[in-house]
Design a protein around this ligand. Structure first.
Ligand SMILES: *[C@@H]1O[C@H](CO)[C@@H](O)[C@H](O)[C@H]1NC(C)=O
Length: 265
């Protein structure tokens, strides 16, 4: 029910934000701010704070939020930067957008400093255990077992149209504990996502990671549930593997597995 209400609220929030966000006072701007909104080509992502945004989303009130602790760089493969393609990519690193709306609470807002202002999350995906429980595990399973989830926003407003995804990633406790973020859950959730993204066992995609310091303060100030963060943001650049990069033994193994029941052993 809460979810449904949020869906009705969103469009009105988005329009009211649009009317306001074009103004950003020069006095608050950092000295490095280029007054021209035009970006050089191929910028991977832009610090939201430069144009009035921040690296925390908004949960309930402006005072608290979850850290935007992972960025999928605008230099990533165009498929990953598209809405549908990003969901497909998220599946390959163990997330899925199925079974949503379960205890997820209100929609969270973020301002990525790209001129759009505050807008509701564009994606909400959860960890799936399909990889660990063949033929059975689904994302619904996560609701009981606890795990990882993230919300995502795309930096594609005209003031910073980088195409990058900004993610608020966290690890949470099991459904019986009302989906509370676990202690250190923001750092843990981020690290889990990064370790899957850079893993060698993804046959299609390969990510590299840069760790960026200074985008948010370490500590728990303004952080939802006062869960401290280390202040690091992981910037992932996701590339498609080349054909020759794919491991030949892997497809051999797939073939063997298929043939096994038919072999006269
Ligand atoms: C920005 O990205 C979001 C999420 O994919 C999409 O819904 C929206 O249409 C995009 N806006 C523009 C101007 O491309």
């Amino acid at each position: 029910m809460r979810f449904v209400i949020a869906a009705f609220l969103l469009p009105s929030l988005a329009t009211s934000a649009l009317a306001l966000d074009v103004v950003f006072p020069d006095c608050d701007a950092p000295p490095t701010l280029d007054p021209s909104p035009r970006l050089p080509e191929h910028v991977s992502w832009v610090d939201p704070r430069l144009r009035g945004g921040r690296m925390l989303d908004v949960v309930g009130s402006l005072r608290t939020g979850e850290p935007l602790n992972v960025i999928i760089s605008g230099q990533s493969h165009p498929d990953v930067l598209s809405h549908v393609g990003f969901i497909a990519y998220a599946r390959t690193i163990g997330f899925s957008n199925e079974c949503l709306g379960l205890h997820m609470g209100l929609v969270q807002l973020a301002d990525l400093g790209d001129g759009i202002g505050l807008r509701g999350e564009q994606l909400l995906v959860r960890q799936t255990f399909r990889r660990h429980i063949p033929f059975w595990g689904t994302t619904c399973w996560e609701s009981f077992a606890g795990g990882n989830h993230f919300r995502a926003w795309k930096q594609n407003g005209t003031l910073a149209n980088t195409g990058a995804w900004f993610l608020a990633v966290s690890a949470e406790e099991s459904g019986s504990k009302h989906h509370a973020i676990i202690p250190d859950g923001y750092n843990i959730g981020r690290d889990l996502l990064v370790s899957r993204a850079v893993a060698e066992d993804n046959e299609e995609w390969k990510a590299t990671v840069d760790w960026v310091q200074g985008l948010m303060e370490p500590g728990s100030k303004g952080i939802n549930h006062r869960i401290p963060v280390d202040g690091l943001v992981a910037v992932l650049t996701v590339r498609k593997r080349n054909e020759d990069e794919k491991k030949p033994w892997r497809s051999l193994w797939t073939l063997l597995r298929f043939l096994l029941p038919f072999l006269p052993l």
